[in-house]
Design a protein around this ligand. Structure first.
Ligand code: HPA
Length: 243
């Protein structure tokens, strides 16, 4: 039996259409997750929702307790995670409001608690293909059914934040083959792999990355893209959960 969790990022702190049956403030050996786990039903499906940055108080990307979040979901019986992430676009084809279902990751984060491997319990999980293909295809099929264009591949650069990048850093990310850049994709994805959970990402581009547009990046443009794009994210998720 599969149990799906949605991990909502910036702009998605709750899932419209989710009939919440229970909100559980849990704790794990790694501490408490960002928010209570919200158990509920979406259409015919049991779903768990977790607000990555917390409810109300916003945890910055480097302060999210990724280990507690993934451990709490695993302990709740979750088998599959759909991560929703707001990102910057590096590839010029992936402009503001574009939806991307990435297929690869380059990790530039540092200083985060990033593994479940305790001393004496060394695990080297395979991470060649960081996202679960079956879940990615489920999202692609849902996008198709809902009539939303999505980029079916993309390399996600995970940066440390919370500041945005310099233009030169974005040049480097582009040379490294990255298409989009965000701050929360890692270590979430690798922890999910270590925990044996399926994981895929639905990314919404909310700005062109540094140096990729005429001016600087403003919160106003990010908020506008979130407002304009989240409707499609919700509709795609609703389609995904109804199948
Ligand atoms: N860079 C990193 N993370 C982001 C960006 C960006 O430009 N936009 C939204 N999240």
């Amino acid at each position: 039996m599969s149990l799906i969790a949605i991990v909502g990022g910036t702009g998605l702190t709750e899932l419209e259409g989710l009939q919440i049956t229970e909100s559980l403030a849990v704790t794990t050996r790694y501490g408490a997750p960002s928010a209570p786990l919200e158990f509920g039903r979406f259409g015919q499906r049991d779903v768990v929702f977790l607000a990555r940055h917390g409810k109300g108080h916003r945890l910055p990307p480097h302060q999210v307790n990724y280990r507690a979040n993934i451990a709490a979901l695993r302990d709740a019986g979750v088998t599959d995670i759909i991560a929703v992430n707001a990102v910057g676009g590096i590839n010029s084809a992936m402009g503001a409001e574009a939806l991307v279902i990435p297929h690869q990751i380059v990790d530039y984060t540092w200083g985060r608690e990033f593994t479940f491997a305790d001393e004496g319990n060394v695990i080297h999980v395979d991470f060649s293909f960081p996202y679960t293909e079956e879940l990615r295809h489920g999202l692609l099929a849902a996008a198709d059914k809902a009539g939303h264009f999505v980029h079916n591949r993309g390399v996600y650069a995970a940066t440390q934040g919370p500041r945005l990048e310099t233009a030169a850093e974005v040049d480097r990310l582009e040379k490294d083959g990255c298409d989009i850049v965000g701050m929360t994709g890692m270590p979430e994805a690798s922890l999910a792999r270590e925990a044996g959970l399926n994981y895929a990402c639905l990314a919404l581009v909310v700005n062109m990355a540094a140096g990729r547009s005429d001016g600087i990046i403003t919160m106003a443009e990010i908020e506008l893209a979130l407002k304009n794009g989240m409707g499609r994210v919700r509709s795609l998720l609703a389609q995904f959960l109804s199948t």
